[in-house]
Design a protein around this ligand. Structure first.
Ligand code: SF4
Length: 325
């Protein structure tokens, strides 16, 4: 849950998750849709699916106990070197150092390493960490270093004047703590997409995304990416024809939402429209559901903003109607 976000932002999700899935058995036997719904808003949906799969495997193969051998733990879906080291050191007291983003930053600054992306530098980083690792208290050491990175050796404005390690820190001695690690030169793809909000007899049309790839197994309003040179309405018409084998009519612009996912930024243009014919589902599952039911399905965050808009519009209309009565 904590990938690329803060503890503060994750806490409500974490608490709700534990209420819904208090133990492995409950998690393993819950439907995927309920799990994705509880995860909605956190991104990296593959992680939720992996937790679900891992819970099932732990019950089937390891008699319901989280394995305490590195090889067994690493065989579970979604468990890489970081998670395996964290679980084994914190839960089982085994001597595995954890190299998360906070620890990486601390060690890089202490060693005055600016560049970490080459494999050679990764080896140096790991060996520096091992040289300070405290094998007798692995869990406490790992948690302390992660916490130190989050609270003292922070990404921006590290608190060097209060830092007990300042005498040993090469970055501090060279005045380079603010430029280590160097920011990644990431180019974030920008996408424009169009979606059709189709309502018939008080029900909205939604479709399920494929089971693999980006935002897999989430639900969405039908639509897709705008191609270069297309107008928004042309793009919508083409997408709906491709996805539902029908044309659209009475198209009216509803709202524009923007959302930044990890890999790209999307500007989503939502149009309210009707279909010329009954839609054909093709490869994707389709469903007609009411506005309150939309809340029960897992949607990507961009679509969730459209749902919020529809709910607010619905409440405003009801309020107006009750005043006029
Ligand atoms: Fe981090 Fe500054 Fe301490 Fe170095 S002196 S470890 S940069 S907080």
């Amino acid at each position: 849950m904590l990938q690329q976000t803060t503890v503060q932002a994750v806490l409500p999700y974490y608490r709700r998750w534990l209420e819904l899935f208090p133990d492995l058995m409950t998690l393993a036997h819950s439907p995927l849709q309920k799990i994705l719904k509880a995860w909605q808003g956190l991104g990296y949906y593959q992680r939720a699916k992996n937790l679900h799969l891992a819970a099932k495997l732990i019950i089937e193969k390891f008699a319901g106990r989280i394995p305490d051998r590195y090889e067994d733990l690493s065989s579970l879906p979604g468990v890489g070197p970081y998670t395996a080291a964290a679980v084994l050191s914190i839960a089982y007291g085994q001597p595995y150092p954890v190299l998360d983003a906070n620890v990486r930053r601390v060690v890089m600054r202490l060693a005055g390493m600016k560049e970490e992306r080459s494999s050679k530098n990764h080896i140096i980083l790991s060996s520096r960490l091992k040289s300070i690792f405290q094998e007798k208290i692995p869990g406490i050491f790992n948690q302390a270093l992660m916490e130190f990175g989050a609270l003292v050796c922070k990404p921006k404005s590290p608190r060097c004047l209060l830092c007990p390690l300042a005498d040993f820190c090469l970055a501090f001695q060279r005045g380079e703590q603010e430029i280590i690690p160097q920011p990644k030169n990431q180019r974030c793809q920008r996408i424009e997409a169009v979606v059709a909000v189709v309502q018939e007899d008080g029900k909205y049309l939604i479709q399920k995304r494929p089971s693999s790839g980006l935002l897999a197994d989430l639900w969405e309003f039908p639509g897709g990416k705008k191609r270069p040179g297309e107008t928004l309405k042309e793009a919508l018409s083409r997408e709906i024809r491709e996805e539902l084998s029908t044309g659209i009519k009475g198209c009216r612009f509803l709202l524009r939402v923007q959302h930044a996912y990890t890999q790209f930024r999307v500007t989503l243009y939502a149009f309210e429209c009707r279909l010329e014919r009954k839609p054909k589902s093709g490869k994707r599952a389709l469903r007609w559901i009411t506005l309150p039911e939309l809340r029960q399905y897992p949607f990507p965050s961009g679509s969730a903003k459209i749902i919020k808009f529809l709910e607010e519009r619905g409440s405003a209309r009801s309020a107006r109607a009750s005043i006029e009565r």
